[in-house]
Design a protein around this ligand. Structure first.
Ligand code: URA
Length: 291
């Protein structure tokens, strides 16, 4: 719609007809008010309320193309992008480490995590996704973070990639009664964005303690973020996968770990399913060897 010209009575009639059809049929003021321009004025700059508005004599208020947020009365002071910006996150990571270390059981760990407010992801997630499967299983699989379906159900790997994971487990004779499944991050990042390094560091003590408490014979890292976080490496997943690594727990137990491709990646790149199949056969052989 092009703007109506105030000089053209036909334009004005059209505009009024449009307003009326949209339900705008009541004028609140005699003159239009630019509320945005008002909002960026400090209270002290506002014209005193006069009995009759000084329409002609008052200069028009400035109209910035975008509201200047720094001039809003309640705008918080800008945070300088300095090293001190990391302090609150480090404090939260320290609290997470303390809470994780003092959890004597999986139930206690779940309670400590549910009470922990140090990761912002918690406030946008619908549910905390702690784990699914059998905590006494010989194998534990760890993914990255819940997606939409997992957030809704509060369980890991229940969406499309979860269904593929179930088929991969079934191919080596396992299911959720004989495997335990969790994620590095227990809260869904909004819009499924990649968790930030800070979020990962804050949540890391929880998943490390979870692994320690489950104490599986074999760990499977589903995707690069899980492998990098839990195997202390920066190598890419395509290099890591298929090779046994070790996950060291805080108490010094060495758990054999198999990094493999994430099911979501396999859905996008089905040609690589054969690689994951080889990795799962390795896991099966290791479980058999370890009894
Ligand atoms: N992807 C993950 O890494 N974890 C889930 O739980 C679901 C999808």
């Amino acid at each position: 719609m092009t703007a109506a010209s105030p000089n053209n009575p036909i334009d004005i009639a059209d505009l009024l007809a449009f307003y009326a059809s949209a339900g705008v049929d009541d004028a609140l003021e005699d003159e239009p008010v630019n509320r945005l321009a008002e909002a960026v004025q400090k209270p002290s700059e506002r014209a005193p309320v006069a009995a009759t508005p000084a329409r002609e004599s008052a200069p028009p208020p400035p109209e910035p193309s975008r509201p200047d947020m720094s001039r809003l009365p309640d705008a918080p002071p800008a945070r300088a992008p300095s090293a001190s910006a990391t302090v609150p996150d480090e404090a939260q990571a320290a609290l997470a480490r303390q809470l994780a270390a003092t959890a004597a059981s999986l139930d206690e760990l779940r309670q400590h995590m549910a009470a922990f407010d140090g990761c912002n992801l918690k406030f946008t997630a619908k549910n905390m996704v702690f784990a699914d499967g059998n905590p006494n299983a010989a194998v534990m699989l760890v993914g990255e973070a819940p997606g939409r379906d997992e957030d809704i159900e509060g369980l890991p790997f229940v969406g499309r990639s979860g269904r593929l994971l179930d088929r991969m487990l079934a191919a080596i004779g396992l299911d959720r009664t004989s495997a335990y499944i969790a994620n590095v991050i227990p809260w869904r990042p909004p819009g499924n964005r990649t968790p930030t390094p800070h979020e990962t560091e804050i949540c890391r003590p929880f998943i490390e303690r979870q692994i320690e408490l489950v104490n599986p014979k074999v760990l499977v890292n589903l995707g690069g973020p899980s492998a990098k976080t839990l195997l202390n490496t920066t190598e890419g997943i395509l290099r890591l996968r298929g090779n046994w690594r070790v996950h060291m727990t805080a108490s010094g137990t060495a758990i054999p770990a198999m990094p493999t491709l994430h099911p979501a990646y396999l859905l996008r790149t089905p040609a690589h399913k054969k690689l994951a199949w080889r990795d799962f056969l390795e896991v099966k052989a290791k479980l058999r060897a370890l009894g």
